[in-house]
Design a protein around this ligand. Sequence first.
Ligand SMILES: C[S@@+](CC[C@H](N)C(=O)[O-])C[C@H]1O[C@@H](n2cnc3c(N)ncnc32)[C@H](O)[C@@H]1O
Length: 321
Amino acid sequence: MKGLQGQPSASDDRAPAKPGPGRKLALSATIGPGPKLCQHGLALVNHGDCLDVMRRMPADFVDLIVTSPPYADARAHTYGGIRPDEYVPWFVERAVEMHRVLKPTGSFVLNIKEKAVDGERHTYVLELILALKREVGFRWVEEYIWHKTTSAPGKWKYRFRDAWERLLHFSKSDDVKMNQQDVRVPVGDWTRTRLRNMSANDRVRRESGTRSQVGRRISAWTDRKLVYPSNVLHRPPVCHNTGHSAAFPEWMPEFFIRLFTDQGDVVLDPFLGSGTTFRVAQALGRHAVGIDLDRDCLDRFLATIEDEFVTGEPLSAANIH
Ligand SMILES: C[S@@+](CC[C@H](N)C(=O)[O-])C[C@H]1O[C@@H](n2cnc3c(N)ncnc32)[C@H](O)[C@@H]1O
C-alpha cells in the first residue's frame, strides 16, 4: 500500500482493518481508566461544541488528537472567529477536556499559525503553548514545522510570503507511544553521488569538528533506503477535500496517525471540518471520532462517507458499553 498521498510508507505491509457490521456503535469500553474497544470499528460523528461533547466522553479514552482549530478571528464569515485576545482562555477550556480524554500514552497534535495584527505577529500561539503546559498540564514534546513547498508568491509591507505552519506535539506523560519506523522517508538522491567514491575517512566514524560529540560514518548509509524524517516536513498544501475553506492536506494526519497510533487505536478530531483526520484514520484502520459545531459542515462530511459505518449518535456514557 502507498501512503495516502502516494508517498512510500515504511508501514506499507500493514493492511487496514476491515470494517465490520458492528462498526455502527460497536464500542465496548469500560468507563474510567483503561477503556477497551471491541474488535469492530468505531466511527462517531458528533454535532456540537467540542467542549460539551468531550465532557461526555470517558477519561483516558483517545490515543491521538490531530486537529486544526478555528484560527483567531480568521474566516469569521465561515464559522465564527474568536478574537485573538480571547483565544487562549477559549482554547484552554477545551484543552482541559482534550487532556482528560487522552490516554496517558497518547499524543495531541495541534496545527496552528498566528496571524499578523496591526503589522506584527500576534502572540496568542506562543501564549497558548505556555498555557497548555502550565495551566492544562500538557508536556510540549516537539514543534514540527510544515514548510509549504508550493505556497503562492507574495509580499506584504513588513513580511514576505508565509510558507510555514506550526504542528505542535503535546503529550500527557513522558511515556509516549511512537512508531518512528512507520514514518521513515526515502534516503534521497544525495547518496548516489556521495557514496560512489568514498575515501578511507568515510569508512570510519569521525567526530564532528565542532566538538559537539556528534559523530558519523558516511559508509553506514550504503544500502539504506529509508531514514527517519526531520522535524521540518516539506510538503505542498494540496488538499483533496472540497467544500471546506480550511481543510488540511491528508498527508498531515496520516503522518501523525502512523507515528503515534496502532491499528485499532482511537483518533479524535474535535474540530472535524471536512473530516480529513477522520477519513485518514479510518483508511488506516483506526477508530475515528469527530466533532463539529457547524451542522452544514457535518452534513456535507456525512454525505461523502459510507453512512453504514458512521453513527451520529451522541457519544456518552449511556451508549458506551
Ligand atoms: C480549521 S477547521 C478544521 C478543518 C479540518 N482540519 C479539515 O481538514 O477539514 C475548524 C472547524 O472547527 C469547527 N468549530 C469551530 N468551533 C468549534 C467548536 N467549539 N466545537 C467544535 N467544532 C468547532 C468549525 O466549524 C470548522 O469546521
